[in-house]
Design a binder for this molecule. Structure first.
Ligand code: GAP
Length: 500
């Protein structure tokens, strides 16, 4: 589906819509409706089950979203978290330089200085997309953070966090004290990050407020033991820098063992495999649409030593798009926050070494993946619009329908209330024909529909306590005892966990 068509469908079903829609919407901000909110929660639960399932020493915390200026100065975001911005001297519209240069320079402008970008712009014949005049300025670095006046006394500056990761670095010392005092220690955060994007676009892909799920793993630089043999023969679809430099865009399948022979650390490749498996085995993205895209020295984020972006080919956006990444950040963050806070962030390991832990970051964009789940799993077959979400991601797990309003509603209501009490997200629906009700559930990704019909409550009122269960993907129907429903539904609801 094209992006516009997909967005229209999601908006019509109340999954999401532009924020402040009645005022014409706000660029880069979206609201989620009931289905979207529930789907986001399921994605976050599936992410937690998988990544926090990697170790008992990985924990979820909820730090503040506002960072004092001292924090973002130390982290480097005040100085480096910029995009090159170009303004039009005639109409004063603003643009990202890489967006303007997209057609003539598809590889982007990461790593180029503002003057270098200015030269490319000047040599190109690009005019202002807004007014058409050739009056674009030279690029200047534009800081993407939202600044705030903080507190009642003037002069206190603070910022909305540009990445959730910072909360984990700030919490490291406390988490060390309250925990087992052992490395590796994982500190995860799921929550909003805020970026004043110059050119928000592609719906959930460049938002100004979006949700990240990020796990920071603090480890001893002398060694991060992982069960590498369990992944050694796994083939990964990688696109490494030398291959990219030869103009290739398609990944090649390389075993995890081979990547280590080629110089990547075992702990890094082990987690790259886990991230890849999450996309393939949990979110069920087809393996041939996933690409692990290595960033070069010039392209990497300023804090990274190794960076592979996890990209998925999305029809709606016409190509591979970054949905997550694995970042080896070294000692960058704890060094910077140690200096900024003047606190000693070194720790003594069980082996008795005093070390400043290094950080491996597994970062994941929840909104982008919600879009990808729609792009990949939502589509039309001959007669239906169907969202083939894995059942553990479905916002509504079962629709409960009375076939006939008069005879079957009381039973259906009581069953639906019972399932809600059991903790299942079910929806009662008695509006329109049974076909229309199935169609609404198919579009919402609901894996089960339960119909109360004459087999459940006979015309004479006699109850038989069996219901019709219809499966979304095959449309097959079976007769099931009411008492067997909870176990049947529960069995489909648990997101996969990594193998032990
Ligand atoms: N802590 C590392 C970090 O923030 P990033 O590549 O800037 O790295 C991580 O962001 C993930 O957050 C991306 O892979 C993407 O999924 C998501 N993300 C980043 N910027 C976004 C935006 N403007 N809108 C929606 N999602 C975004």
């Amino acid at each position: 589906m094209k992006s516009d068509e997909l967005f229209a469908l999601l908006r019509r079903r109340g999954v999401l819509w532009p924020s402040a829609e009645i005022y014409g919407g706000v660029q880069g901000l979206y609201d989620y409706g009931p289905l979207g909110t529930a789907l986001k929660r399921r994605i976050e639960e599936a992410w937690s089950a998988w990544f926090l399932g990697l170790s008992e020493d990985y924990h979820l915390i909820e730090p503040a979203e506002i960072l004092p200026e001292a924090v973002v100065r130390a982290s480097g975001h005040l100085e480096n978290f910029t995009d090159p911005e170009v303004t039009c001297d005639s109409c004063h519209a603003s643009f990202r330089a890489d967006t303007l240069l997209e057609k003539i320079r598809p590889e982007g402008v990461d790593g180029l200085s503002a003057p270098q970008i200015g030269t490319i712009l000047a040599e190109s014949s690009i005019s202002c997309p807004s007014c058409g005049k050739r009056t674009l300025s030279v690029p200047r670095p534009f800081n993407l953070m939202f600044g705030l006046d903080f507190g009642v006394t003037a002069g206190e500056r603070a910022y909305l966090r540009p990445e959730t990761a910072q909360g984990s670095y700030l919490a490291f010392a406390r988490m060390w004290d309250v925990g087992r005092r052992a490395l590796p220690l994982g500190i995860a955060v799921i929550g909003k990050a805020y970026r004043n994007e110059i050119a928000p676009r592609q719906v959930l892909f460049r938002m100004r407020a979006f949700t990240q799920a990020e796990l920071q793993i603090f480890f001893d630089p002398a060694g991060f033991p992982v069960p590498f043999d369990s992944v050694r023969t796994e083939e990964l679809p990688v696109l490494r820098v030398p291959r990219r430099e030869r103009g290739e865009e398609s990944p090649e399948r390389v075993t995890a063992g081979r990547l280590v022979e080629d110089g990547l650390p075992e702990f890094y490749v082990f987690h790259l495999v886990q991230s890849y498996r999450f996309f393939r085995d949990v979110l069920k993205y087809p393996a041939d649409r996933i690409r692990l895209f290595e960033k070069s020295d010039a392209e990497r984020a300023f804090y990274n030593r190794i960076q592979f972006d996890i990209e998925v080919h999305l029809e709606s956006l016409g190509g591979f798009k970054e949905l997550a990444a694995v970042h080896y950040r070294g000692d960058y963050d704890l060094t910077r926050h140690g200096l900024g806070s003047k606190k000693d962030l070194t720790v003594t390991t069980k082996e008795g070494h005093r070390v400043l832990p290094h950080v491996l970051e597994l970062t994941f964009g929840v909104d982008r993946n919600l879009w990808a789940l729609a792009d990949i799993h939502l589509g039309h077959d001959e007669e239906r619009t169907l969202w083939r979400l894995p059942p553990y991601l479905a916002p509504v797990v079962a629709g409960v329908f009375p076939l006939l309003r008069k005879e079957h509603t009381a039973y259906a209501r009581s069953l639906s209330a019972e399932l809600v009490r059991e903790g299942f997200p079910v929806e009662f629906d008695d509006a329109g024909t049974i076909g229309k009700r199935y169609a609404r559930m198919d579009e919402a990704g609901t894996p089960f529909c339960i119909t109360i019909d004459g087999g459940t409550v006979a015309a004479n009122g006699a109850e038989h306590d069996t219901v019709t269960l219809r499966l979304r993907d095959t449309k097959s129907q079976e007769r099931l005892a009411r008492g067997d429903l909870p176990a049947r539904i529960r069995g489909a609801l648990h997101p996969p966990r990594p193998p032990p």
